[in-house]
Write a protein that binds this ligand. Structure first.
Ligand code: ATP
Ligand code: MG
Length: 542
C-alpha cells in the first residue's frame, strides 16, 4: 500500500496526527466455517498492509460464535493460508476466549435497562420487526424488570431453557429506520458443542454484539470490514458505548472484491465440492487460496493484483485478465525457461548414430548465468502442431516435408519422410540433421524455416499437462450457477518434459517455452509429473 493513497489510509493518518491513536491496530476476523478465497485475501492484505505501513500490527481473530458451522480444520487451513500469503499476525485470538467478558457486558446492558429477555419465537420476532417502510412493534416482553431479566438470562446461561425458547435482545428503537436497530437479538441458546469451548456455554452472542466487543477488547483502532456491514455501524457503535468498553474501535467499510466469471461465496463453493463438480476445496479452478496455490498462483502476484485493484468504497468487479497479468508478471521474474512437448510426435534423425549428445544451455539468461544440460540424439519429440506434410501457407514457420527448422538450442533438421499408421495418422517423421548448424556456432550458411522446441526421447520425462478454463460459462447470464457450470473446464495432454526436471518438487514453477507457465501438482507420481498450467504466456482475453 505504498505510494497509494486511499480513504482508509487518510483516516489513519489523521488519527495519528491528532493523537487519537499512537499505534494502528487492525484485525482479520474470519469465521472458521470454510476455506479462504481471493476475496478474503483482499481483506487480509488491506488489514496487514495498512497496519504495517504505519508501524502498527494486525491480529488474527477467529470469529467463532456459531458452534453449528465451525470446525478446527478450518482454523488450521485459514492460518496456513495467511502464512502462505506472507503475513504474520501479532497474535491469534478466538472470539470464544471472550465469552465470559461478553456475558458480563451483556449483564451491564440488562442492569441499565438496555436489554431484555424475549420469549417470542424467531418467526414472531421477525414479524414484529416490521419492514423497511413500516415501523416494528414492541415485544410484549420488552418491559420486564431488570431483576426478572437478570434471572431469566442467568437461567439461559445455566441451560434451563430449550433452543429458541428465549433470547436476549437489546432495547433500542422498534421504529428506527435502520432495521438493525430494532431491538436486535444479542444472545441465543444453542446446545451444539463448540470447537473451542466444548459444552461450557449454551448461549452464544450474535455477530453484531460480539464483533464490536471483540474489537474493543483487543484494542483494535480501525475495524475494517466489507460494505455489507455499513448499515450495522450504528449498532456497532451503540454496543461499544453502552457496554462501557474502555477502548473505542472505529468501523470502516471497504468494497468487496469480485472477479468476473468467478463465484466466491462459501455456499456456492461448498455446493461445487459436495456435488463433486470439482476435485475438492483446492481444485485449481477454484478461487480459494488453496485452489489458487495449487494452480500455481504466487502470493506476490495476488498481493500485487489486490493492491493495484485499489481500495474503493464500492464493490468492484475485477477482470481475470488483470489478475492473470499480475501472475504472469511475477512468474516472468521468477521462473526458469525450459522445453516441454505436450502432444508429442516422434522424429527419427536418420543420420545420427551413438549415444545422445549433451548440450549446456541457459536456464533463463535474464535471471542468472546458471545452465542446464539438454540432450540431442537419434530419437526426439516435437509438437504435433509443429509439423505438416505440406506447407499450409507462406506464413507457416514450422517443419514440413522438405523444409528445415532449427531445434531450439541445437541443430537444423530437415524432414524427409513420414510414417503413417493403418488409419492414416502420422506416427513418425524421418529427418536428417546438419552438424554444421549447431546453435551458438554463428552458422550463417542458410536460414531455417523457424525455430521449434523439442526433447530427446530417451531422456525425456513423461508428464501430464492440465490446462483450465473458467468454471462459469460466460455466455449464460442466468444466476443458476450449477446450470452455468462449465463442464469442459479441464483439458489434459500427455507428453514430456526435459530430463532436468526429473526431481522437481510440488509447487515448483516453470515457464515452458511457447506453452505457458506451469506448476507441479501433488498428483504427480514416480511415473509421470503432473503440471498445472498457471497462465498462458500471453493474454487470451484481449
Ligand atoms: P463469504 O461471503 O464468502 O462466505 P464471509 O464474509 O462470510 O465470506 P468471513 O469469514 O466472515 O467470510 O470473512 C472474513 C473477512 O473477510 C470479513 O471481514 C469479510 O468482510 C472479508 N471478506 C469476505 N469476502 C470478501 C470479498 N469478496 N472482498 C473483500 N472482503 C471480503
Ligand atoms: Mg461472514
Amino acid at each position: 500500500m505504498k505510494n497509494q493513497s486511499n480513504f482508509i489510509k487518510t483516516i489513519m493518518e489523521n488519527d495519528l496526527e491528532s493523537g487519537k491513536h499512537t499505534k494502528i491496530i487492525t484485525r482479520f476476523p474470519p469465521e472458521p466455517n470454510g476455506y479462504l478465497h481471493i476475496g478474503h485475501a483482499r481483506a487480509i492484505i488491506i488489514n496487514f498492509e495498512l497496519a504495517k505501513h504505519f508501524g502498527g500490527y494486525t491480529n488474527l481473530r477467529f470469529d467463532d460464535t456459531n458452534p453449528e458451522k465451525e470446525e478446527l480444520k478450518f482454523v488450521k487451513s485459514i492460518q496456513r493460508d495467511i502464512e502462505w500469503l506472507g503475513y504474520e499476525p501479532e497474535a491469534v485470538y478466538f472470539a470464544s476466549d471472550y465469552f465470559q467478558e461478553m456475558f458480563d457486558r451483556a449483564i451491564i446492558l440488562i442492569k441499565k435497562g438496555l436489554a431484555f429477555v424475549c420469549d417470542l419465537t424467531a418467526e414472531e420476532i421477525s414479524e414484529y420487526r416490521g419492514t423497511v417502510t413500516t415501523p416494528g412493534r414492541n415485544s410484549p416482553y420488552r418491559d420486564r424488570s431488570v431483576e426478572e431479566n437478570l434471572e431469566l438470562f442467568y437461567g439461559m446461561r445455566d441451560g434451563k431453557y430449550k433452543e429458541g425458547e428465549r433470547v436476549l435482545r437489546a432495547k433500542i428503537d422498534m421504529a428506527s429506520p435502520n432495521m438493525n436497530m430494532r431491538d436486535p437479538v444479542v444472545y441465543r441458546i444453542s446446545y451444539e458443542e463448540h470447537h473451542n469451548t466444548g459444552n461450557k456455554w449454551v448461549i452464544y452472542p450474535m455477530y453484531d454484539f460480539a464483533h464490536p466487543l471483540e474489537d474493543a477488547i483487543e484494542g483494535i483502532t480501525h475495524s475494517l470490514c466489507s460494505l455489507e456491514f455499513e448499515d450495522h455501524r450504528p449498532l456497532y457503535d451503540w454496543f461499544v458505548k453502552h457496554t462501557e468498553m474502555p477502548k473505542i474501535p472505529r468501523q470502516i467499510e471497504f468494497g468487496r472484491l469480485n472477479i468476473e466469471k468467478t463465484v466466491m461465496s462459501k455456499r456456492y463453493l461448498r455446493t461445487l465440492v459436495e456435488k463433486k463438480l470439482v476435485s475438492g476445496w483446492d481444485d485449481p479452478r477454484l478461487p480459494t487460496l488453496q485452489g489458487l496455490r495449487r494452480r500455481g498462483y504466487t502470493p506476490n502476484a495476488i498481493r500485487n493484483f489486490i493492491l493495484a485493484s485499489g481500495l474503493s468504497k464500492t464493490n468492484g468487479s475485477a477482470s481475470i485478465d488483470m489478475l492473470e497479468h499480475f501472475v504472469r508478471e511475477d512468474l516472468q521474474q521468477t521462473t526458469n525457461r525450459l522445453m516441454a512437448v505436450k502432444q508429442p510426435l516422434k522424429v527419427t534423425i536418420t543420420n545420427y548414430e551413438g549415444e545422445p549428445e549433451k548440450i549446456e544451455v541457459p536456464l533463463n539468461e535474464e535471471l542468472s548465468d546458471e545452465t542446464r544440460t539438454i540432450y540431442f540424439g537419434k530419437h526426439i519429440y516435437i509438437e504435433q502442431d509443429d509439423f505438416a506434410v505440406e506447407r499450409p501457407n507462406r506464413k507457416y514457420k514450422r517443419l514440413y516435408l522438405g523444409a528445415e527448422v532449427r531445434l531450439m538450442n541445437a541443430y537444423f533438421i530437415k524432414a524427409n519422410d513420414v510414417v503413417y499408421d493403418d488409419n492414416g495418422n502420422i506416427i513418425e517423421v524421418l529427418a536428417t540433421y546438419d552438424i554444421e548448424t549447431k546453435s551458438g556456432t554463428n552458422f550463417t550458411g542458410r536460414k531455417p524455416n523457424g525455430t521449434i522446441h523439442w526433447l530427446e526421447a530417451t531422456t525425456a520425462i513423461p508428464a501430464e499437462f492440465r490446462r483450465f478454463s473458467p468454471l462459469l460459462d460466460d455466455n449464460d447470464e442466468s444466476n443458476d450457477y450449477i446450470a452455468r457450470f462449465n463442464h469442459d473446464s479441464i483439458h489434459v495432454d500427455h507428453g514430456y518434459v526435459e530430463n532436468y526436471l526429473k526431481d522437481v518438487k510440488v509447487e515448483e514453477k516453470f515457464q515452458f517455452i511457447r506453452q505457458g507457465f506451469y506448476s507441479v501438482d501433488y498428483d504427480s507420481t514416480d511415473k509421470e509429473i503432473v503440471f498445472n498450467q498457471i497462465v498462458a504466456l500471453k493474454s487470451s482475453y484481449r
